[in-house]
Design a protein around this ligand. Sequence first.
Ligand code: NDP
Length: 434
Amino acid sequence: KHRNPFEREFHQAVEEIFNSLIPVLEKHPKYMEQGILERIVEPERVISFRVPWVDDNGKVQVNRGFRVQFNSAIGPYKGGLRFHPSVNASIVKFLGFEQILKNSLTGQPIGGGKGGSDFDPKGKSDGEIMRFCQAFMQELYRHIGPDVDVPAGDIGVGGREIGFLFGMYKKLRGNNEPGVLTGKGLTYGGSLARTEATGYGAVYFVEEMLKDKGLSFEGSTVVVSGSGNVSIYAIEKAQQLGAKVVACSDSNGYIYDKNGLNVETIKQIKEVERKRIYEYVNDHPQAQYFEGCSGIWSIPCDIALPCATQNEIDVNSAKILVSNGVKAIGEGANMPSTLEAVSVFLNSEVLFAPAKAANAGGVAVSALEMAQNSTRLSWSFEEVDSKLHEIMVNIYRNSVKAAEEYGYPGNLVVGANIAGFTKVADAMVAQGLI
Ligand code: NDP
């Protein structure tokens, strides 16, 4: 902590993982002897850079860009770019650190990285977004490549931004390497089912977890926070599996409809018009809008899927969810529950699917996009979706197995951390001190 003062979110992510690793370190002293813990928390490289651009009023704006290349033991750095005013070194490092183990869990050959900027895309014109993305890539391009580091989207970075980033990368490099970014549009190297992958994957994971207890989405009441990429496709898949999704949100407030939300309206508002979620009640007057985010967790539900941002469920929200009888939590966002909230869930009867396992579907399909780009082939939606499903089931089974093997049956936090860690640690030991 003294080496990285003020990096609160990074400390939180490290604490959660290190607490889970105690039984592994006791069983395999070689990891301590080889300094794996000291090495794994130190990024291989952190790049921080100035991003100057001109807004629509002709005024010069300056943002800060980041790319943290955390760990390449099992493959090229891989992880999203986040554009949000809250982005700083701590946020990028917590996300990059989690990404190492998440990517390992997918079974794909990808290392861990993350990046982004404190740029706020909200209210910006398409021209401003394009100029910002171009300015960002003017520095990033020299650090990435299909065999080096392959960024993707995250909060504030979707298909539009990836398109502008890819265009600039191609122009600066003077060649066409589609494998340098994932989440691309379908006409220039994107993969079918990448847009849906994180949300669908989270629901597939929770479905598997419920199945083990004789439960299912069918007939259950679900609350999903956020209304971005992950949330929309979590809502869609949960509905396809027979659930009633009664609420979702954005950073201003949440909507509630006891009869179930209409996902097509949400897509229209958020993906096409890029407006606020309160617009929903204009089309669906029976729904209600409430200001503020945390109130969403007071809605009684069987399954809660936090899909917005870090630390959105605090200890109070966790207690309310449990006392309202929630049966399962599936983390679609990264680290959406505080450490205290996780502890409330783990000490109750609630089934808890931690982010790095439950939301790994997005990066898994990104790796499939890289595979398609390398072979210059495009797979069908059904083929990618069925591979995604298989990967999520495997992550679930491997996490359950690791939790049992190390004496924490049913604890998927411990299971996912251990299953992800051992593969990376073994690769680091094998490759020596680099
Ligand atoms: P989007 O930008 O598409 O959507 C984010 C959603 O969360 C929006 O509804 C946004 O509301 C809301 N939100 C963002 N910040 C806050 C905040 N500080 N407080 C309250 N609400 C907030 O991002 P994604 O859906 O891609 O990402 C959501 C989460 O999922 C993140 O934690 C991300 O790291 C994680 N994730 C994403 C993956 C992907 O493939 N996209 C893969 C794995 C994890 P508003 O519109 O008001 O900003």
